[in-house]
Design a protein around this ligand. Sequence first.
Ligand code: GLA
Ligand code: ZN
Length: 678
Amino acid sequence: MLSEQLPKIWYGGDYNPEQWDEATLEEDMRMFKLAGIDVATINVFSWAKSQRDENTYDFAWLDRIMDRLAQENIRVCLATSTGAHPAWMAKKYPDVLRVDYHGRKRKFGGRHNSCPNSPTYRKYSVKLAAMLAERYKDHEMLSAWHISNEYGGYCYCDQCEQQFRVWLKERYGTIEKLNKAWNTAFWGHTFYEWDEIVVPNILSEEWDGNRTNFQGISLDYRRFQSDSLLECYRLEYEALKSVTPQIPITTNLMGTYPELDYFKWAKYMDVISWDNYPSMDTPFSFTSMSHDLMRGLKSGQPFMLMEQTPSQQNWQAYNALKRPGVMRLWSYQAVAHGADTVMFFQLRRSVGACEKYHGALIEHAGHEHTRVFRECAELGKELQGLGDKIVDSRSRNRAAIMFDWENRWAVELSSGPSVALKYVDEVHKYYDALYKNHIGTDMISVEEELSAYDLVIAPVMYMVKPGFAKKVEDFVARGGTFITTFFSGIVNENDLVTLGGYPGELRKVLGVWAEEIDALYPGQFNEMVMKKGMGSLQGCYPCGILCDIIHAETAEVLAEYGSDFYQGTPVLTRNKFGEGQAYYVASSPVSDFLESFLGHLCADMGIHAPLDAPVGVEVSERVKGDVSYLFVLNHNTDEAVIDAGDKPLIELLTGRKVCGKVTIAGRDVMILERVAKE
Ligand code: GLA
Ligand code: ZN
């Protein structure tokens, strides 16, 4: 979709010329060309500039920027500016201001600060989007719409409370059904009228952000706030779409950001875009998982890397510089996992306010003779050299990991069994094990069609939604391999326990039932003792966090607990079901175990790494027609040796032919082009 307009990996980023004078703009244009920039995201925070009061709009400044960019043939990703409301609006219409978790009405300040249910915000944000669409619909450089910015945060104001009741009425129909879904007989919470329901925050049911007396209301409030912000997005989307149906629309997401159900949002986005800000100690596999998750939001469609810093952030506690080569390496990591753009925040460092120490293509020195600029310009040239290769290519993975935001909310709102249980960490453990085996993985929603996969892993699938168990049964019966873990199959979509033994609806396919769940203290472990016949998986592996005490029904026991009063009871089981098999991992194992376990399982299933590479070298593949692009990313500071196979392959960044053992320098990247014969 992007490639129809410009068939290459788009290169550019956020640009805020409204903070600068004309002379600076001219310098920017000169330097953008030097750096190979071909797209600028503009107008992200310009609402106050374009609308000085209720009735006065002025877009002349924006016309000038758009036209100036056009002269340089730089495409525009045009934001709608609704990520921060103007001060005059907050003063005149306080309904745009949020009320926080502590019940305090906010004053003007910050950004991403509008109440999503504010009639004023909705009215003026949609009006602004519509005006921008009308004004620029025929502009030759208009290439993508960027609605608002990094939607997030919840509001607890009176208008949200009222809308919450409306939302609940739609969801439940009757107050009786709501009482049942929330199990309000507990602690005498029965509601008789809708207006008895209040928002769950520190003044009512919650504390510490994630602790609640009533999972039902807290879970629904997260759904409702995610939907409310989504509605703001959708209203702008409609306003833009009706005028410029051919221009792709996005909003920039944030990877594993907790507050919004991105799978639901993705249904209303033409293209996914996201902002990647790992810190120096973020595991490479976590970044790679985040990219895969963003790609998975639209079932594998290429996405936009909307933001990353060229060098450092300002908002982390310790904002380390990206070491030489790292910006390039991480840019290709995004591309390797499905990005068709490489974009920065920001193209020029601002002179004041909190982001003045945030990295930029053009730093405070103001010229091109900086390390960061040179690295960016080199990458710009490389991306130009790649031309239309890679763009629009897809991943073709046979392994998938399920991720679900509602499940995550429910797990993390759960009072007991353990505060140590972190959904994203458990998902990442499984992802990391496949990553270390260089097995490509799709991150998929629980709604995704499973027939393309041979292996589906659903870590901590605590909440089982209607139809999910049947879907897993069909997948396994047809020959698929399914893995789930402790604390799965426990509740339905309302967080009500499925009675009769855990893992509830998943019990049949797994062939086990869990009687009790033990929570281990930090530093406390049990062991998984492998039974005979587990090949090189022989031995003993520590496990912790939670230990489900299970009984094998139809499942075969592969490992038992090594200690405590449940020593000798199953901790790892496999159930043959139809043509396939379903594994239950009853505790959280150390990563060594998962790496070998999944390595063996994939080998048995014929799922192989695209090539052999040592630790710290990431391998990822994108495929277009009969051409496959193998990305080799050396995250190590030292050189490494990979095995490129017997047939000579072209390395796209250097043009040289490689085969057999190949040395890759520290933090270097190779893209090997493999054309399938026949
Ligand atoms: C986010 C925002 C940008 C900027 C960067 C800084 O991604 O979208 O406006 O604040 O963070 O890292
Ligand atoms: Zn509100």
